[in-house]
Design a protein around this ligand. Structure first.
Ligand code: AMP
Ligand code: ZN
Length: 667
């Protein structure tokens, strides 16, 4: 193979595996294999610099995966918990504990058993220095860089604690956050996360901590690990955590009678699904540390604690039919219509099947009896086939759009199939609803029912038609009197004044969420500027990668979009954004990355300071980084900066820059 072809093959392969690893949380090859590919590409590029391109994975942080995480030896083992599922077993646990302690007057604390990923945080003199996964209980993975991106977890404790302490807890994703995350995954044609636990686990084992930073991770402390925090009981520990700024679960109750614990377990089970996070049961702990010590541990789990779990909210029912829903970007999602069944207190009559890979993986057919589980609150899903009969019917992938009959396409590397007809009514409805949504143009009253009718009767064929609706059009709808119609017209009128960021988001450009839209608004100041931007202009913005730049550019290149923008203008929708302060401080337009432990301030303070002076900050180093400010014990980011030849500064140099407020300092 000639060298150029091999380089191109390697780049394509690495890009493919980056996607599997970073975005799909479903890597196909191990770190070692990946690193081999990467090393070979680097070697070839070094020997043949004429073939180096700006978009090579060796030039981008997302592709510059290091080898796997470093091992971290826990100062004290991280135990598992023994499980019980019924009152009898929990009484037996209590009998064992009380006869061992030769007393019955001890306190027991009950908490929820959060379904997330355990993590151990090490603070040295109050400063977060290490974070590790449980691993095999003795040795975990050092995920410090990623954990430092979780906003809930303080880098510095609010109260003084001398020496080294290890605090353990659970990293998890709230149910509502998972739903939002999965909507985004699906819209972008990516595989949705099966559950909050998997999503959390995938998020903290990212090689690029910027990915972790983008995930909605939460943390609750629930276990004392090691060291001296000056407390003598679990409740004392929890109070101390709270005082130090470490979040703890809001559910906690102290008991002395095991029968009360059992009563609580039974009552609480009914409301378990009201929690904002997934929990599969309770954890009971003996409160006093002295008594905990007396009871000790087995090889695997403490004798002073026990998990008291609820059986999963699963039920069985029959798949009657499979329907296909078409989303805003044309993604076709199969949805199983089920024989209604009661599951965890609610009636379930449909469940998402996600996509055709998932249908094949589970082997689901129409007529099958399946197990359905409520994952979180809202989206029930099919977990497996229980029983299939000879008459069961294969679920056929549609060959044309189930709504408009248009052509369906599957993009390379994506599992989703997509209707590519821009005039597909299902897509128009979803697009109009997105446009009118609260985070977009916020048109109160333009909800699902109204949109359905307005698209069906042809009043809305494209987004700009919203602004040509008349009182007559609206009064023709079901359940719209003149008052309600007038309100809607007023809401449409006031939406013309929404800021540019909302409008860009409302347009529904693929890969552009509300945050990115706001960023583009600040960067370009008007739709016209954004529409005429080259891909290279977009990529110069540090937060914007090739995928987003390509998506924005091809969106505005379309003749139909150009015509729409003209129509919006004619209707009086031409939002602008206050331009970014051009003389905005000494660091204007420069992107800084902070790494390592700073002496005079926390990283959050440093970032705020940089922003006040007009700079941008980022969690990862790339060719767009202006400088890396390295504190003590800086690691991967510093190395990356050295490799890319990016300016490296001390904390003092950074502070001096701000004082000088002189553009001359920049070369
Ligand atoms: P298991 O993974 O089934 O062995 O259960 C033990 C794990 O439960 C621990 O490693 C913790 O990460 C997790 N856990 C969740 N909530 C709590 C809690 N409130 N107290 C103690 N452990 C908890
Ligand atoms: Zn269609």
């Amino acid at each position: 193979m000639d060298i150029k072809a091999e380089i191109e093959r390697l780049r394509a392969l690495i890009a493919y595996h980056n996607e599997r690893y970073y975005n799909l949380d479903a890597p196909e090859i191990g770190d070692y294999e990946y690193d081999q590919l990467y090393a070979r590409l680097k070697e070839l590029e070094a020997a043949n610099p004429q073939y180096i391109t700006a978009d090579s994975p060796t030039r981008k942080v997302g592709g510059a995966a290091s080898s796997s995480f470093a091992p971290y030896k826990h100062l004290a083992p991280m135990y598992s918990l023994d499980n019980t599922y019924n009152a009898e077993e929990i009484r037996q646990w209590y009998e064992r504990a009380s006869s061992s302690l030769k007393r019955t007057d001890f306190e027991m604390v009950v908490e929820t058993k959060i379904d997330g990923v355990s993590c151990s945080l090490t603070y040295e003199d109050g400063v977060l220095t290490k974070a590790a996964t449980r691993g095999d209980g003795k040795i975990g993975e050092d995920v410090t860089a990623n954990i430092k991106e979780i906003k809930d977890i303080p880098h510095k404790l609010l109260c003084p604690i001398k020496g080294i302490v290890e605090i353990r807890g659970e990293i998890f994703i709230k149910k509502s956050d998972l739903i939002k995350m999965n909507e985004r995954q699906q819209e972008e044609g990516l595989v949705p996360f099966a559950n909050a636990r998997n999503a959390a686990a995938g998020s903290i084992r990212q090689k690029n901590s910027a990915v972790t930073a983008s995930r909605p991770l939460s943390f609750y402390a629930h276990s004392y690990g090691w060291g001296d925090m000056g407390v003598e009981s679990f409740t004392g520990f929890i109070d101390k955590c709270r005082a130090c700024g470490i979040p703890v679960s809001p559910v906690r109750k102290v008991f002395t009678d095991i029968e009360d614990v059992i009563k609580f377990y039974e009552d609480f089970g009914r409301t378990l699904h009201n929690l904002e996070y997934d929990a599969d049961g309770l954890v009971i702990k003996v409160n006093s540390f002295a008594l905990q010590k007396e009871l000790g541990e087995t090889a695997k789990s403490p004798r002073w604690a026990e998990a008291f779990k609820y059986p999963a909210e699963q039920c069985q029912t029959k798949v009657k039919k499979v329907n296909f829903s078409v989303g805003r970007t044309g993604v076709v999602t199969p949805v199983a219509e089920l024989e209604p069944v009661k599951c965890g207190g609610v009636i379930i009559s449909s469940a998402t099947l996600h996509n055709f890979d998932e249908i094949a993986r589970l082997g689901i057919k129409i007529g099958d009896i399946v197990a359905v589980e409520r994952a979180g609150e809202v989206i029930p899903k099919v977990v497996k086939v229980i029983n299939s009969c000879a008459q069961a019917e294969l679920i056929k992938e549609p060959i044309s759009c189930p709504v408009c009959g248009g052509v369906l396409e599957r993009e390379e590397g994506e599992v989703a199939i997509r209707c590519i007809n821009p005039n597909c009514p299902a897509q128009i409805k979803a697009r109009v609803q997105h446009f009118a949504g609260r985070d977009a143009m916020d048109i109160d009253g333009l909800g699902e029912a109204a949109v359905e009718q307005l698209v069906n009767n042809g009043s809305i064929k494209k987004l700009s038609d919203i602004y040509n609706l008349t009182l007559f059009d609206i009064m023709a709808l079901n359940a719209y009197g003149d008052k309600k119609a007038d309100n809607l017209l007023n809401a449409i009128e006031s939406s013309k004044k929404r800021p540019l960021g909302k409008f860009i988001y409302a347009l529904g450009i693929r890969h552009i969420g509300a945050k990115t839209a706001q960023l583009l608004a600040e960067e370009f100041g008007s739709v016209d500027n954004l529409a005429s931007a080259e891909e290279s202009d977009l990529e110069k913005i540090s937060e914007i990668g090739a995928v987003v730049a390509g998506s924005v550019h091809s969106f505005f290149a379309s003749q139909e979009v150009k015509a729409e923008l003209e129509r919006f203008k004619l209707c009086g929708v031409s939002p602008i954004s206050a331009p970014r302060r051009k003389d905005g401080g000494a660091l204007s337009g420069k992107t800084f990355v902070f790494t390592g432990e700073l002496r005079t301030m926390s990283r959050a303070q440093a970032e705020a300071l940089a922003k006040e002076n007009g700079a941008k900050t980022s969690g990862s180093v790339s060719s767009k980084t202006y400088a890396v400010v390295a504190g003590e014990a800086a690691g991967g980011k510093l190395k990356k900066a050295q490799e890319l030849g990016i300016k490296i500064m001390t904390e003092e140099e950074f502070l001096a820059l701000i004082k000088y407020r002189s553009e001359d300092l920049f070369g």
